[in-house]
Write a protein that binds this ligand. Structure first.
Ligand code: SF4
Ligand code: SF4
Length: 344
């Protein structure tokens, strides 16, 4: 048995996604990093500490996610983690491709890092490595095992595209064998490389799954995996005509922070200079208008304004011109719990 619920947006719990650098050792075909927009800088430790202090004061007890690029390439990452702990962040997560550079597992403890979140895009090396690069499957699995052996909690992120949808259901046995506690299914973002290739049939690894296939496969696969005792989180992506649409930019407290000082409230905006906040001399200030905050207020029948603006060809209309689906906020998630959670 499983149970599921849509996770409501809340302004009470903030989330800070801090890109400590944009450099990465991999070249994933759907990579969402856009160096033209976010630069190639590595944030120095003293600046990270000042920026974290700003968020700790603005949104006390926020959750912090450290990411890149590949964040473990940052030699000061352990000191960043300890700074976040001193400042009272509620949780610290490190998103990694599994290469775990700079012996990171030897320089932080499970008391300091709540979760190492690994990225894998296939249940087999053949599928994953076609998307993420040769050898990355084996290294990621080895990284997960090493993290688990040292007592770290681990989660796994799987970005669904046309190239790996068929392998989603095969992830259950692998996750159970790796002893991964949480599984995040992501929809391919309309950012970075994926935004450039869009629905190109010759680039299935950077091509989104259309609504009928998503709705047929993803919720069922999530349930099957949850029945193995793993918590599964997946994006709603599409809403029924009667379901309420909300934009996280208006009703949640999220910050997507880049080394060049741009701070977005919506990840779909990251390819454009429309950030609503920015660091100037280490102070977080409003960015010039027009910016993403002006888009959030547009009330469209299609739902998410950024999806509608960026890739309108993903939308499907009825004969009368009304949209077949409302596009949910990309941050709206469904959580599927295994049976033991039900009795708590
Ligand atoms: S691991 Fe992440 S940052 Fe690195 S290339 Fe892949 S998607 Fe991009
Ligand atoms: S994805 Fe769409 S709905 Fe969500 S914050 Fe961005 S603009 Fe708003």
């Amino acid at each position: 048995m499983t149970a599921s619920k849509t996770v409501a947006f809340s302004r009470r719990s903030a989330n800070v996604f801090l890109h400590v650098l944009t450099r990465c050792n991999l070249r994933c075909r759907h990579c969402y990093i856009n160096p033209e927009q976010h630069g190639r800088k590595r944030l120095p430790l003293d600046r990270i500490e000042r920026w974290l202090a700003v968020f700790a004061s603005r949104s006390p007890s926020a959750n912090l996610v450290l990411l890149g690029g590949e964040p473990t390439l940052h030699p000061d990452l352990p000191r960043v983690v300890r700074c976040a702990r001193r400042l009272g962040f509620a949780s610290v997560t490190i998103d990694t491709n599994g290469y775990l550079f700079n012996d990171i597992l030897d320089h932080v403890t499970p008391a300091e890092v709540d979760v190492f979140s690994f990225s894998l895009d296939g249940a087999t090396a053949a599928t994953n490595d076609r998307i993420r690069g040769r050898g990355s499957y084996d290294i990621c699995l080895s990284g997960i095992r090493r993290a688990r052996a040292k007592g770290f909690q681990s989660s796994l992120i799987y970005t669904v595209s046309r190239a790996n949808l068929e392998e989603l259901s095969a992830m259950g046995p692998l996750l159970a064998e790796l002893d991964v506690e949480r599984f995040f299914i992501q929809v391919l973002g309309l950012r970075g490389k994926a935004a450039l290739t869009g629905c190109d049939p010759d680039a299935p690894e950077a091509s989104r799954v259309p609504p009928p296939e998503w709705l047929e496969h993803v919720p069922a696969a999530a349930e099957a995996i949850a029945r193995r005792g793993i918590q599964v989180i997946y994006p709603r992506v599409f809403l029924g005509p009667e379901e309420k649409f909300e934009c996280a930019g208006l009703v949640a407290d999220n910050y997507f922070v880049f080394p060049n000082g741009r701070v977005y409230r919506c990840p779909l905006c990251e390819d454009y200079p429309v950030h609503s906040l920015e660091f100037r001399e280490d102070r977080l200030v409003e960015a010039p208008r027009l910016n993403e905050s002006d888009f959030f207020r547009l009330n469209l029948a299609e739902g998410c304004v950024m999806n509608t603006l960026i890739q309108p060809h993903h939308l499907r209309d009825h004969a009368d011109g009304s949209p077949q689906y409302k596009i949910a906020c990309c941050l709206l998630k469904e959580e599927v719990f295994p049976a033991p959670e039900l009795s708590l």
